[in-house]
Design a binder for this molecule. Structure first.
Ligand SMILES: CCCCCCCCCCCC(=O)SCCNC(=O)CCNC(=O)[C@H](O)C(C)(C)COP(=O)(O)OP(=O)(O)OC[C@H]1O[C@@H](n2cnc3c(N)ncnc32)[C@H](O)[C@@H]1OP(=O)(O)O
Length: 158
């Protein structure tokens, strides 16, 4: 069953932001602490005729693995991400997305994710996210999403 998260991501996110006209069209939903989703790339994301740019796939992965922070209820940032390109990422195909947290070691959140085209593995990724306080983002001077208030307070003190 899908669960609705208490937090939502930045509406201007380049991956999934509904208010960003240039977003990559990433759509996600949550089942417990697992993230599922889909994306449909088109000519704007071309790397070769009919194929997605590897950078678009990597950006989708960063967004997808970052989404796990929401059900984990821990604000965090990507410290490092590795993407393995395993199969063709064709434009005009609905790709399915899945991500999860493999291990938590203090502030270190080890995330994994996969992108598939049907049964074909298109890409897999692993990333290290670091748990930060929400104040991490205050330096930009931009207002933070309202739903981020109090985010991670309990986990930070755990
Ligand atoms: C947005 C939510 C919305 C929810 C939805 C999210 C979806 C959005 C997804 C997009 C997410 C992004 O792209 S975020 C944007 C890209 N990323 C960033 O801007 C991060 C920039 N980097 C930083 O701000 C900083 O380097 C931090 C916060 C990552 C770490 O700094 P720090 O807080 O001072 O911590 P520090 O002591 O250095 O590191 C803590 C521990 O992690 C280890 N560590 C740190 N960096 C690395 C690294 N690259 N590789 C290996 N290990 C590392 C250290 O060795 C240490 O281990 P030990 O000594 O304790 O053992």
């Amino acid at each position: 069953m899908h669960s609705a998260p208490a937090r939502t991501h930045d509406p201007m996110c380049m991956g999934c932001g509904h208010a960003n006209p240039g977003n990559l069209g990433v759509r996600v939903w949550f089942e417990g602490q697992r993230v599922h989703g889909e994306v449909l790339l088109d000519e704007r994301h071309s790397g070769a005729p009919g194929y997605a740019h590897g950078g678009a796939i990597a950006a989708i992965m960063d967004d997808l693995l970052g989404q796990v922070l929401i059900p984990l209820d821990r604000p965090g940032v990507t410290a490092t991400i590795t993407v393995d390109f395993r199969g063709p990422a064709l434009l005009g195909r609905t790709l399915s997305l899945e991500s999860w947290c493999e291990k938590i070691d203090g502030r270190k959140l080890h995330m994994r994710g996969e992108i598939r085209d049907g049964d074909t593995l298109v890409a897999e990724a692993r990333a290290l996210f670091i748990h930060v306080d929400v104040s991490h983002w205050e330096a930009s001077g931009q207002p933070l999403p309202e739903s981020w208030q109090g985010w991670g307070g309990e986990a930070q003190n755990a």
